[in-house]
Write a protein that binds this ligand. Structure first.
Ligand SMILES: Cc1cc2nc3c(=O)[nH]c(=O)nc-3n(C[C@H](O)[C@H](O)[C@H](O)COP(=O)(O)O)c2cc1C
Ligand SMILES: [Mn+2]
Length: 473
């Protein structure tokens, strides 16, 4: 793996786009035609995804807004690699590099001012409808801000916390928020709610993808994700104090919505098209009042396409490092772990193991379930199976599994509350059945067919101009 220095470009959203435009123009499409933020933007992204294309899409002309929209930032693996200065390299390299940087966080620096304070609107001037906020799926309850990095502060420890939580737009200065029970943000909000106090939340819109990778890192409540983001960027984030709430935000963000919750108040929120590809149920969620909108003079607005690669890849890849560490304890010969796209980067895990003693495959599957509660299927295969290929894993399942002995189930175990196969999806049940599959070759497995020397042949010697197919995840 080559770790590039991309320090020649600013470590903000503008800088990353400039970097791609200069050095990797194939990664960007610009759409000049006017598009409707309701269904047309998501329609275009959906069609690109169906064609197996995941470019960064910049919509320059979104109906009803003068601000360009940057979409699909995190939809392609190559681009996530570029975000941390990698070219080429496997998912495994990427995850290892992220883990290394996460273990060496870099503290942010507080600065007096920055581009995000070029324009400030407060009070009656606050109007979130100026932003090109999209409606994505048919039954979505409204338009949603989907890629805001929400900054909060634990009132007990003073430590800041960052995560993405979706925001339905209720009015020009009123937003919803969906804080899942699994998020640190939920714990912090509840602390303010118990005190009967407004919870300050700064929603940061538009930044370098490495900041997103850092902000979404698995970390405990006592760690501030902006430190991890600094580690990912390999330089300290520069933070400025918000104008109306006691929080700090990146000085070089595009837009910040300075908000406070209204204690005790709730508004119905959702349905919303969620990551499993189904709608999340309606809930009575907290209400945020926007106190100020601060932004650059010419900002970019950024969104995320939830339920699609843009959302799934970002959160999914990082899981593999945790799973692999846990599996290694149970099964030291683990070679690789993959969480495939076909399982929505969440529910399915493939584990390749080098050499085995009997029973170890099941240990490996159980360890994976311990590491990641969202997993439902853990498939263990031999080391020579390409776990980047669903077809190769299916081949192992088809030819190496004796269902009665090689499959085990753990009924009614903890999974995702959004899992459409839970025991009460409408009610948000998180109870699911886990399935472990030992698809390794067993002792009496017959010899497999092979052609001597085939791998050493170069087909271009026989078929002029022959090019091997490109592989992608
Ligand atoms: C595009 C995108 C949208 C997300 N939306 C939500 C959401 O609405 N609610 C939520 O609780 N988590 C959501 N997440 C996941 C959280 O951002 C993630 O779990 C984060 O690590 C939570 O941080 P925390 O535990 O520090 O609160 C989303 C993630 C992505 C990538
Ligand atoms: Mn956190």
């Amino acid at each position: 793996m080559t770790v590039l220095s991309n320090t020649r470009y600013a470590s903000d959203l503008h800088g990353f786009i400039e970097f791609l435009e200069t050095e990797h123009p194939e990664e960007i499409v610009r759409i000049a035609k006017e598009v409707d933020p309701k269904f047309e933007v998501s329609g275009i992204l959906h069609r690109l995804e169906k064609d197996g294309r995941y470019p960064l899409a910049i919509f320059e002309n979104v109906k009803g807004s003068g601000i360009p929209l940057v979409a699909n930032m995190h939809a392609g693996f190559e681009r996530l690699g570029l975000a941390i200065g990698m070219t080429g390299g496997s998912v495994r390299d990427f995850v290892a590099e992220c883990a290394a940087r996460q273990s060496e966080p870099i503290a942010p620096r507080i600065v007096d001012t920055g581009p995000v304070h070029e324009t400030v609107a407060t009070g009656a001037d606050v109007d979130v409808d100026e932003l090109p906020i999209c409606t994505y799926h048919e039954l979505d309850a409204g338009k949603y801000i989907t890629a805001g990095l929400s900054v909060m502060r634990d009132p007990d420890t003073g430590t800041a916390n960052v995560g993405i939580y979706r925001h339905m737009v209720h009015g020009k200065n009123l937003l919803g928020i969906q804080l899942s029970e699994t998020a640190d943000g939920n714990i912090i909000w509840k602390k303010y709610e118990r005190l009967g106090k407004p919870c300050p939340i700064a929603i940061v819109i538009g930044h370098h993808p490495a900041v997103f990778i850092g902000s979404l890192a698995f970390s405990s409540l006592d760690s501030d994700e902006f430190h991890i983001a600094g580690g990912m960027l390999q330089r300290p984030l520069q933070l400025v104090k918000c104008k109306t709430i006691p929080l700090e935000v990146p000085a070089d963000a595009e837009i910040v919505l300075e908000c406070e919750t209204r204690p005790g108040e709730r508004l119905p929120e959702a349905p919303f098209g969620e990551y499993p590809g189904t709608y999340g149920p309606q809930r009575d969620n907290p209400v945020l009042e926007i106190k100020a909108i601060t932004r650059r003079n010419a900002p970019l607005y950024q969104n995320a396409f939830v339920g699609h690669s843009d959302n799934l890849l970002l959160s999914g890849l990082m899981r593999t490092a945790f799973i692999e560490d846990a599996v290694r304890i149970a099964c030291p010969t683990v070679k690789e772990v993959a969480v495939p796209r076909s399982g929505r980067y969440r529910f399915v895990c493939y584990i390749a193991v080098e050499t085995m003693i009997e029973g170890e495959a099941k240990q490996a599957a159980m360890a994976a379930f311990v590491a990641d509660p969202f997993l439902k299927f853990a498939v263990v295969v031999d080391h020579d199976v390409d776990i980047g290929s669903d077809a190769d894993v299916m081949h192992a399942i088809a030819t190496r599994v004796r269902g009665d002995r090689d499959i085990f189930m753990v009924p009614y175990a903890k999974g995702s509350p959004l899992d459409p196969a839970s025991y009460d999806p409408g009610g948000g049940s998180h109870l699911v059945t886990k399935v472990g599959i030992d698809a390794t070759r067993k002792e009496d497995y017959p010899p497999e067919i092979s052609v001597p020397g085939a791998d050493a042949l170069d087909l271009a010697d026989y078929i002029p101009g022959y090019e091997p197919p490109k592989t992608s995840i």
